[in-house]
Design a protein around this ligand. Structure first.
Ligand code: FE
Length: 346
């Protein structure tokens, strides 16, 4: 009798252990460099669909990569989500991702928005797209002077140009793209010209550049499209006032097109929950998630069949995007880093 009761208790205890183990299996560890509060809705919707809870670790792109390197084979990371092609490329060549082999992803994500290193077997996919735009103060700057990235080095703009640090991934990717198109030598001369035109030392993020242009402290600056669209859709009177002071340009429309970049993700090399990690990537490529990137963060969908837009993106209008594959933008960051060091764009 006693023995039976005991074994029943043991069975209960074992069940409890099994239940907690299976509860643990329903977790996905996401290392994310995306820093947009609205993404929480995206993760909640995935959890609702799959029962897999997302445990998120957020940090800057480089800090996440450093953490992955240090953790090595013991890393709990399942998915690594980064906000820039240069960093995605770095993670790819360092073998921090693993191959995914998903027909869903292969069908839905265009080939020029993916990266793959055959040797390291390391693979990632772009899930949302953004463009790097020029914004100018309508009172202080003639828009005819700022139609191209290259124009930011024009002597007429002396004391008028603001950017965030050249070392930021968004800037490294742009400078890398300019060097791919114009050549290293010309790109370095251009970068030196931009630095010579600074209104102030680089500081702050893209939104800070837009605000400084609106206030007149800067005449012209660079920003990712979604930061501008966010201000355009804001209810705050100060944001609306700022937007009326500035003009926006799709750069290089007569030439190679406006520089575009992606936010993307891969399955971490040592992912403990590989199947759910792939499931999460497939979810990011779903119509629902793609629409989220458009509605909630003012980015563009990468899945061609998703034709979503929002009022701010529509107001900004159509543009010609630079067709340079994101993988070459990533590769060019080595040159870009050398350039910013040489010209002091920090
Ligand atoms: Fe951003």
């Amino acid at each position: 009798m006693n023995r039976i009761r005991l074994s029943a208790l043991t069975a209960c205890a074992l069940l409890a252990v099994a239940a907690s183990a299976s509860a643990q299996e329903k977790v996905l560890n996401l290392y994310s460099a995306r820093h947009y509060a609205s993404d929480q809705q995206l993760y909640d919707a995935f959890t609702k669909q799959t029962g897999v809870r997302i445990q998120r670790i957020e940090a800057g792109d480089e800090a996440l990569l450093e953490r992955l390197r240090n953790e090595g084979a013991n890393s709990p990371a399942d998915v690594v989500l980064l906000a820039d092609a240069a960093r995605l490329w770095k993670a790819q060549v360092e073998g921090l991702f693993q191959p995914v082999k998903s027909t869903t992803l292969e069908k839905r994500i265009p080939e020029n928005l993916r990266g793959r290193d055959e040797g390291a077997g390391s693979e990632w996919f772009g899930f949302s797209m953004r463009a790097r735009m020029i914004v100018y103060n309508k009172e202080n700057v003639n828009p005819a002077l700022v139609q191209n990235y290259e124009d930011l080095a024009r002597p007429e703009l002396k004391g008028k140009v603001c950017t965030r640090s050249g070392a930021h991934p968004y800037m490294l990717s742009l400078i890398g793209a300019v060097s791919e198109h114009d050549g290293k030598q010309k790109a370095e001369e251009w970068a030196a010209g931009v630095v010579a035109n600074f209104a102030r030392k680089p500081r702050g993020g893209d939104t800070d550049q837009i605000r400084a242009v609106a206030s007149g402290e800067c005449g012209v600056a660079l920003t990712n499209s979604y930061y501008l669209a966010r201000l355009m859709r804001s209810d705050k009177p100060e944001d609306r006032a700022a937007v009326t002071k500035i003009g926006a340009v799709w750069p290089n429309q007569a030439g190679y097109g406006t520089h575009v970049n992606v936010s993307g993700a891969g399955v971490a090399k040592h992912a403990p929950h590989r199947a759910d990690a792939v499931r999460f990537l497939e979810y990011l490529a779903s119509d629902e998630a793609q629409r989220h990137f458009v509605d909630a963060n003012n980015e563009w969908a990468v899945v061609p069949s998703v034709k979503e837009s929002n009022p701010a993106l529509e107001a900004l209008g159509e543009f010609k995007a630079d067709p340079l594959p994101v993988a070459s933008i990533g590769r060019a960051q080595v040159t870009a880093t050398r350039i910013i060091d040489r010209v002091g764009w920090r």
